[in-house]
Design a protein around this ligand. Sequence first.
Ligand SMILES: Cc1cc2nc3c(=O)[nH]c(=O)nc-3n(C[C@H](O)[C@H](O)[C@H](O)COP(=O)(O)OP(=O)(O)OC[C@H]3O[C@@H](n4cnc5c(N)ncnc54)[C@H](O)[C@@H]3O)c2cc1C
Length: 394
Amino acid sequence: MRQRTQVAIIGAGPAGLLLSQLLSKAGIDCTLLERKDRAYVEGRIRAGVLEQGTVDLLREAGVAARLDAEGLPHDGFRLALDGESFRVDMRHLTGGKSVTVYGQTEVTKDLIEAHVARGAALVFEAEEVALHEIDGKAPYVTYEKDGQAHRLDCDFIAGCDGYHGIARRSIPAEVLKSFERVYPFGWLGILADVPPCDHELIYANHERGFALASMRSTTRSRYYVQVAMEEKLEDWPDERLWDELALRLGEHAPHITRGPALEKSIAPLRSFVAEPMRWGQLFLAGDAAHIVPPTGAKGLNLAASDVGLLAEALTAHYRGDDAGIEHYSARALARVWKAERFSWWFTSLTHRFPEMDGFSRRMQMAELAYIRESEAARRVVAENYVGLPLHPSG
Ligand SMILES: Cc1cc2nc3c(=O)[nH]c(=O)nc-3n(C[C@H](O)[C@H](O)[C@H](O)COP(=O)(O)OP(=O)(O)OC[C@H]3O[C@@H](n4cnc5c(N)ncnc54)[C@H](O)[C@@H]3O)c2cc1C
């Protein structure tokens, strides 16, 4: 089977789905190839905090009706040290900006529904996807579906296939530079149908380790505690996890409602960037090019901002202007590195590292005290948390 499209997109995570939606709106033909089935993709529990820019892009893509109805706008969040917290008022500090709590699962469902509604070319369970001739003018993608071999000729390939995908690995090793920091701990997360302990997120630095109180809706909570990477899920029955959260969340503990876990998992924390994000006719976007520790809630948002830039660049190309595709890698990386810095810094500020001595702990405490007391320091945190602009001025 041989077909043709303008842009072949690999991976139906948030990056691939949103890119396909934006390109289709601009009248550009694309085909989306996804390795897993629809139920698997829609059921993956991951991020939940959307920056203003991500919400704006989802609106532009015409998929924000449910987000606007059900998303929870958040004007601030809390930072806690050894159980006592203070508020970072994002709206006040950033001249009116905020974030929206809306699960990645819901973003994915909305995007897939929009694809199905417009009869888009979205192939689930595409196996053995391989990229060919990416450094020439006539790239193509091969894959298998239901035992049949397919070839998809295209102008461009968008590698939106996540950290473990094949797109990044299709770039020659001598061209690709990788930068990585692996953290010596993970996040044990619990999702439960109980009301959250606060209407805003609480990031807690505690002697026993980091904790995060988060939510997906007014009736569904998402909590995390920092654990050593060697910890086993079976050693964390729900009650032990709720007890640990209560200890680390201190003054907020009386407001925690306990309930059975809908999902529980341990996720590793990693910072990773691959450069460049373009090679020939291949563009990388989202986790395929970079990973952040989830502390700053940037993973999904970076995927969206890459795709925003890439959709602009490809749309301009089909109108005769190649500046966007020429500069895509540099522009995307400039924003990626700033989000990497914020996520790394926020992780360093709030987590307990195995090698930490009394001095490093006092440095964390002093920095948190400074943020609490200084509006200028809180503004820096807020500006990064709500998301830096896609096109910075100056
Ligand atoms: C456990 C976990 C928890 C997270 N929690 C948070 C959080 O709290 N906050 C936050 O901001 N971010 C979080 N993230 C990160 C966030 O979810 C990602 O940044 C986001 O999903 C990136 O979207 P993406 O589309 O780039 O990649 P992905 O969502 O990974 O999508 C890639 C897609 O490509 C498909 N694919 C892979 N290989 C192939 C192939 N060879 N052929 C075809 N398809 C392929 C995959 O099946 C997948 O559907 C979390 C991530 C994980 C793993």
